[in-house]
Design a protein around this ligand. Structure first.
Ligand code: SAM
Length: 275
């Protein structure tokens, strides 16, 4: 099997991680964290957030913090993705932790939603595993599929247009969906999350599992405000960027919606909450 994980988007080896960490570390503590604390104050959030100080450490460590079994046939699902030309953009540890948590809550009522699907691979992986195990849920895939929308003052490390796949990417995803035989399991919703949610006024879905992966403040806020009240009892939400050193805007949005609840570390920069 060729490598189904596309490593070009993230630092993989210890050397790369060290170099990236040294580039970002001093700025993180001297500029980003002080600004983040001021922004917490502005948003009326508790000022003390010691967890954010651990983010650079999490950045270095390829660690899964939650020990759950992988779904059976995980390797077969990766091989199917590979054969359909799908490349996973999130690294193996984060992907494994996410699918293991999904597997753990798969019996809960409701669909799967991914807010920030980018090239669609994580959603497709969950759809294929759902098909292999006859799990009765759809996977709702949301993104502009044209890159990050406008960023805000909370997103100093992110730029509008980042994560833009080639033009016409939803058509590529639809071909991959057909090749994987998951047409009846996946919905592709192109546009801003807020516009997609507005179009679902009469649908009012419920979710067993959610992946919030928007990296920036407004998208994360819109996603959390919509998804959290619609989560099933004994469901789970993964926040891909909660402990990321370049995504403090997403952390502000998540804390704003969760109030006193704190997501627990899942793997590397991701965190999760059981509902
Ligand atoms: C890091 S990528 C997602 C990676 C993906 N979850 C994966 O597992 O490969 C973040 C995505 O969030 C999307 N995004 C951020 N804010 C958004 C918004 N308000 N509406 C739609 N898409 C948004 C961006 O377009 C980008 O593709």
């Amino acid at each position: 099997m060729s490598d189904v994980f596309d490593t070009s988007n993230y630092a993989t080896g210890l050397g790369q991680k060290l170099r990236r960490g040294l580039e970002l570390g001093p700025k993180y503590f001297l500029v980003d964290v002080p600004r983040y604390v001021r922004q917490r104050k502005k948003l009326g959030l508790r000022l003390l957030d010691l967890g954010a100080l651990w983010n650079p450490i999490r950045h270095f460590r390829i660690v899964k913090y939650l020990d759950l079994p992988l779904p059976p046939r995980y390797a077969e699902a990766l091989a199917a993705l590979d054969a359909a030309g799908v490349k996973l953009d999130n690294p193996p540890a984060r992907t494994e932790a996410l699918v293991s948590l999904w597997w753990d809550v798969r019996q809960s009522p409701g669909d799967v939603i991914e807010c920030g699907a980018y090239r669609g691979a994580t959603s497709l992986l969950l759809a294929v595993l759902g098909k292999f195990h006859d799990v009765h849920q759809k996977v709702l895939m949301l993104d502009t599929f044209a890159g990050m929308p406008e960023t805000s003052a909370y997103d100093s490390m992110r730029t509008s247009g980042e994560f833009a796949p080639p033009t016409g990417w939803p058509d590529v995803i639809r071909r991959q969906i057909a090749a994987l035989g998951v047409d009846d399991r996946v919905e592709v919703h192109q546009g801003l999350f807020a516009d997609t949610f507005a179009s679902w006024a009469s649908r009012d879905p419920r979710f067993a599992f959610a992946h919030v992966d928007a990296n920036i403040y407004q998208g994360t806020l819109d996603a959390c405000e919509y998804v959290m009240p619609r989560m099933a009892i004994r469901g789970a939400v993964v926040f891909d960027d909660y402990n990321g050193i370049t995504d403090l805007g997403a952390r502000l949005a998540i804390d704003t919606v969760l109030g006193d609840k704190r997501p627990a570390p899942l793997a590397e920069c991701s965190a999760y909450l059981r509902t």
